[in-house]
Design a protein around this ligand. Sequence first.
Ligand SMILES: Cc1ncc(COP(=O)(O)O)c(C=O)c1O
Length: 348
Amino acid sequence: MFSKDGATKDVKTPRICDVVWHDGEFIKWDDARVHVMSHVLHYGSSVFEGIRCYATKRGPAVFRLREHMQRFLNSAKIYRMDHPWTLDQLCDAAIELSRRSGMDQCYIRPILFRSLDEEHPAFGVNPFPNPLACYIGAWDWGKYLGDEAIEQGVDVCVSTWNRLTANSMPAMAKSGANYMNSQLIKMEALLNGFAEGIALDDRGYVSEGSGENIFLVSGDVVLTPPLSSSILPGITRDSVIQICQELGITIKERTIQRAALYVADELFFSGTAAEITPIRSVDRITVGEGGRGPITEKIQKVFFEITKGDREAPGKWLTYIKDAAQKSSDNNGFAGAIDPAAELKVSV
Ligand SMILES: Cc1ncc(COP(=O)(O)O)c(C=O)c1O
C-alpha cells in the first residue's frame, strides 16, 4: 500500500536456467524446494554469493569465480557451517551450471543454508541439529540499478538506517540475514524516490550501499571506505582498486564523512549486480557536474572491456566456460583469494 511508482519494479530477468545444482547433482528448477519450517526461513541462517558470467568473443566467461567461491567458503566458516564442499567442486559446479544453462551471460547464485531434517525436526535457534543444503541457480539479469544508470548515474540518499556493526552481524560475511538490513536501506530509498541508499557505519562514517561498495573521487584521487567501516569485501571493489593501480590513478582506503559525499567531484557504486554505476546526486545535492564523471568513466570503460574479454585484466579474472571443460581440475586462473582482513596496499 505504500508503494510508489518504481518501488515495485524489479531488475529485468529475461531468462532463468531450468536446472539447479543441489549438493552435487543437477535437478529441475521445479524440484528445487524447501520445507516452510526450515531453519533458514525462521532464523536467516544462509550464506550466499552473486557472480556474473559475461558474454565474450570466446563464449561465456565467469568473472573472478574462485574469489567469489572463496568468499562463499569464508562466509560459511564464520557461521560454523560444516559442509563438505571444496573450492574446486564449487567452481566446477558453477561452470557446469553455466554450460547447461545455454545462456551467453548469466548471474550465478550459490546458497548454503540450514534446512530441516523432516525425520528428526529441530525448531530452536540452535542451528547445529539442522542439515545443510547447498544449491546454485542461475538467471539472466539486467542492469541492477536500471538501464540508464550505467551512463547517466543514479540519485541516492543517505539512509537513516546504519550498517551492521562488526561485532553484531559481520558485514564481511555475505549472509542472508545481513540483507534484512539492506532491505531496510533499500525500501526507505525507493519509497522516498531514490534508486539506492547509502548506509553509514555505527560511528557515522560512510559504509556502503544496500548491495554495493562505494567510491569517491576528489580531484585526481579515488577513495573508498576501509573494511573496518562495516563493508562487504567486494570483489568488484577489489577489481576497481586493481584497475586504478594499473591506470596509475591514486587509490586510498579512508574513512569518509557523510558531508564528503556532498562535495565529492564524483561518486560511484561497485558491485557484481550494479557493476560500476555512477551516482549523480546524494540527498538531492548534485555530485560534481551531476552525471558520470571522467574518472568514473575511465574506470568503468576498462572494467567493461575486461569483462567482455576485450582487454587483459590485472590478473586472470575470466574463466571461459568452454576452456574450463577440458581443465576443470586446474585452478581456473585463480590469482589468489582476496584477504578480507588485509588493508589495501597503496602508498599513502
Ligand atoms: C552489501 C554489499 N556490499 C557490497 C557488494 C559488492 O560486492 P561484490 O563486488 O563482490 O559483488 C554487495 C554485492 O554483493 C553487497 O551486497
